[in-house]
Design a protein around this ligand. Structure first.
Ligand SMILES: C=C1C[C@]23C[C@@]1(O)CC[C@H]2[C@@]12CC[C@H](O)[C@@](C)(C(=O)O1)[C@H]2[C@@H]3C(=O)O
Ligand SMILES: O=C(O)CCC(=O)C(=O)O
Ligand SMILES: [Fe+2]
Length: 337
């Protein structure tokens, strides 16, 4: 039984329409770079080994990278190798299940209905297509009690809890550096309001023309990503696409739309994408640090954005994706001065 989604069948006409392939080549021929690499042992160790100036320097590096890149890597992040390996093992096992089970079974792995996604149902041209499958899971539905039943749920829960701790620390530092109340995230981003997304990118026969995940910014405050050694993640820096070189010791952190708005454009929610390759499947897992739907994102005046709730933001994204095949995002909430 096939494990891969039926991409060829579903997107045959888009793939065969060669007039669509104007995006070719550009996807693969980009420079590889080292993202800023930040050693978190300076802020995560509470002992006296680390002096205050080192701690401050680390915080400064986090804020600087968030302003200049919107992306950085962290080492000594406190998530054990053991847990990361266990999570990857479970992720591989889940995606190995037959496509029919993943897509049709009502309560597959106890995930809520609609968690499994593949391709891009709204795509009308090739550059709107994502050659990947994902489980996009609201953490509210992975309760500690359900987690007792399967190794996957308990690993997911353990992973989410640990990564949430890291997200809380990083967002508190970023808030402090803005001179804003650092308890905002603790109060509004709860373990149950966050999302986990397991991604799988199957080998793609026409990699120069098709994205693994189309260009987008994340709709959250902050994302923490664990990727394998295959590579394929690219981001925009100074108007150019650059490829991220995988570092097995590091997790990737990026600023999302909500933080860009909340910081009034100080921290940057940067466009990123995943490119495919013809021979090797790739896995990644993203933790989206999100507030409750009622949380209002606002700044002191004058602000570049009107105030909006996370609910409003999500609904607008969904509406735009339906209508135009892609997300518009923050520009929708800009105030024209
Ligand atoms: C078609 C789309 C759905 C998506 C926004 C996009 O235009 C492109 C990527 C998708 C993605 C991937 C990461 C996150 O899961 C997400 C919430 C995001 O910000 O970009 C989703 C969007 C979505 O599912 O609405
Ligand atoms: O797979 C990756 O490297 C990136 C995934 C991503 O951007 C996402 O899930 O939002
Ligand atoms: Fe993303």
């Amino acid at each position: 039984m096939a494990t891969d989604p039926p991409f060829h069948q579903a997107y045959k006409s888009l793939i065969e329409d060669t007039s669509n392939n104007i995006f070719g080549k550009k996807l693969v021929l980009v420079e590889e770079c080292e993202l800023p690499l930040i050693d978190l042992s300076r802020i995560l160790h509470n002992d006296n080994v680390v002096d205050e100036s080192e701690r401050e320097e680390c915080k400064e590096e986090i804020a600087r990278a968030s302003q200049q890149w919107g992306f950085f890597q962290v080492t000594n992040h406190g998530i054990s190798k053991d847990l990361l390996e266990k999570m990857r093992e479970e992720q591989v096992k889940v995606f190995k299940q037959p496509f029919d089970k993943k897509s049709k079974e009502d309560k597959f792995m106890n995930f809520p209905a609609g968690s499994y996604r593949w391709g891009t149902p709204t795509a009308t041209c090739l550059n709107q297509l994502s050659w990947s499958e994902a489980f996009h899971i609201p953490m509210a539905d992975i309760s500690a009690s359900a987690a007792a039943f399967t190794t996957l749920s308990s690993t997911l829960e353990q992973f989410a809890t640990t990564v949430a701790g890291l997200a809380r620390k990083l967002t508190a530092i970023l808030a402090e550096k803005l001179g804003r109340e650092s308890t905002f995230f603790q109060e509004n981003c709860l373990p149950s309001t966050c999302y986990l997304r397991m991604n799988r990118y199957p080998p793609c026969p026409v990699p120069s023309a098709i994205h693994g995940l189309m260009p987008h910014t994340d709709s959250d405050f902050l994302t923490i990503l664990h990727q394998d050694e295959v590579g394929g993640l690219q981001l925009v820096k100074d108007g150019k696409w650059i490829a991220v070189k995988p570092n097995p010791e590091a997790l990737i952190v990026n600023i999302g739309d909500l933080f860009q708005a909340w910081s009034n454009d100080v921290y940057k929610s940067v466009e990123h994408r995943v490119v495919t390759n013809p021979s090797t499947e790739r896995f990644s897992i993203a933790y989206f640090f999100c507030p409750s739907y009622d949380t209002v994102i606002q700044n002191s005046e004058p602000s570049n954005y009107r105030k909006f709730s996370f609910r409003e933001f999500r609904l607008q994204v969904q509406e735009d994706v339906q209508k135009y095949g892609h997300k518009v995002g923050l520009p929708r909430f800009l105030i024209s001065h």
